[in-house]
Design a protein around this ligand. Sequence first.
Ligand code: FAD
Ligand code: NAI
Length: 483
Amino acid sequence: MSKQFDVIVIGGGPGGYIAAIRAAQLGFNVACVDEWENATGGPALGGTCTNVGCIPSKALLQSSEHFEQAGHHFADHGINVSGLSLDIGKMLGRKDTVVKQNNDGVVYLFKKNKVTFFHGSASFASAKDAQYELKFAPSKSGAQAAKPEEVITGKHIIVATGSVARALPGAPFDEEMILSNVGALRMATVPKKLCLIGSGVIGLEMGSVWRRLGADVTVLEGLPTFLGAVDQQIAKEAHKAFTKQGLKIELGVKVGDIKVAGNSVSVAYVDAKGNAQKLEADKLVVSIGRVANTAGLAPEAVGLVLDERGAIVVDGDCKTNLPNVWAIGDVVRGPMLAHKAEEEGVAVAERIAGQHGHVNFNTIPWVIYTHPEIAWVGQTEEQLKAAGRAYRAGSFPFLANGRARALGDTTGMVKMLADAATDEILGVHIVGPMASELIAECVVAMEFRASSEDIARICHAHPSLSEATKEAALAVDKRTLNF
Ligand code: FAD
Ligand code: NAI
């Protein structure tokens, strides 16, 4: 007799593990299957986010920013550093420790919430008697290596199998010379010349890390517009800052042949003016987006429908075409963000329990953890114009914010967009210090459908960066106090 569960979650990333915990909190008998292995073959719960995404990238962004500050900016504060040197092995080791702390944290949470964990891969086998049978193949290299395959049965299945990096045709990832996010997070030496293809979120974050550590970085972007999805006033400010830092960003290129020869990789491309160019680099990172991961899931065994791009088709409630089969996170439509995956996980667990789980796609924040950071929520000025919506805009530069001056970090601004008639906040766009933290207030405001006047009337601590948000709200009504 197979092991039976009320809910089986396939995938232990931020979508899956949070869904499993919430379902367990709601009283269900829950299992989670995840195949990720650490260096010794043991489980490494937390998915892309914990192992090769959000967490290690933020660890390296922090370390590399310390290096940059010590090397270039401490002197402004009267702190003179001599003999500064880089121990890249230690930096990567620290990053791995941070990752492990997060892996172990999920194991602890599963125990605390009585979620049964299966380390290995799950695939659909059959649907019968209003249950789904899954084939579970234990991880081959860990402590479970000798265990045989087994069938586990669940009434509800939540698929949270995430995404993988998209490769360029003819240039598969080898993680030595042609790297995805996986290789980009573990280069053992700093490359002299680094090329990245795609100036999206990974291109900018990883490009920043390795530039700060000493690499000569060029980012080749296919589109003629820098950060096309970002409010263009903010994107222009960010572009200026990154260029000043020494990040070379070429827009509107058409990438051609990529060839690896020994320790060098060459990228042929046509630049925006139509000229043929060739870039020789020590490493190439390809960051041109990610694709849904359903490899090994055997969706065809039960007739689970995927779209033309391989993502699992779901409705607004994360229901698939099959009764009691749900899908969340990167493997379905919508932004590929850890917090979006988590919110869907919670909502689905609550829907299974007959509650009214809800995800508000209009208030999902985005953050790019460069320096300056870029963060936004809601609509951009370009989107409002395209929709013909009448709005008022207000912005406030960090240059005029006392805390930013004290920090020595005055690049950027907060920009607020509000409905012209009702003053409801429609979007907030920030480029500048701690934008990732400042955006939270704006998300709350938008969730409560606040007006810009609401923010303008709220007392903000002085001196704090958040005063720039208040001033941007005042600017909507053309009455800033400090600018
Ligand atoms: P995943 O995290 O991909 O987890 C899926 C899990 O399912 C994996 O552990 C996988 O091994 C497992 N799995 C797959 N198939 C099977 C199977 N058949 N059986 C068993 N297990 C299976 N997002 C942010 O919000 N903030 C950030 O700062 C951020 N930084 C990022 C940086 C990088 C470099 C990258 C690549 C991504 C980043 N993201 C960030 C995106 C974020 O990582 C994803 O949106 C998030 O991980 C998606 O969560 P998920 O649960 O849907 O899938
Ligand atoms: P992305 O979608 O952010 O950016 C991809 C870029 O590559 C785009 O600018 C696109 O125009 C460009 N591009 C596509 N094909 C190209 C080609 N053939 N030649 C040149 N340029 C090309 O994707 P990225 O950076 O790979 O990241 C994947 C996803 O991971 C992000 O969209 C995001 O959802 C998530 N992520 C989130 C982070 C965060 O929240 N801070 C950090 C890193 C990743």
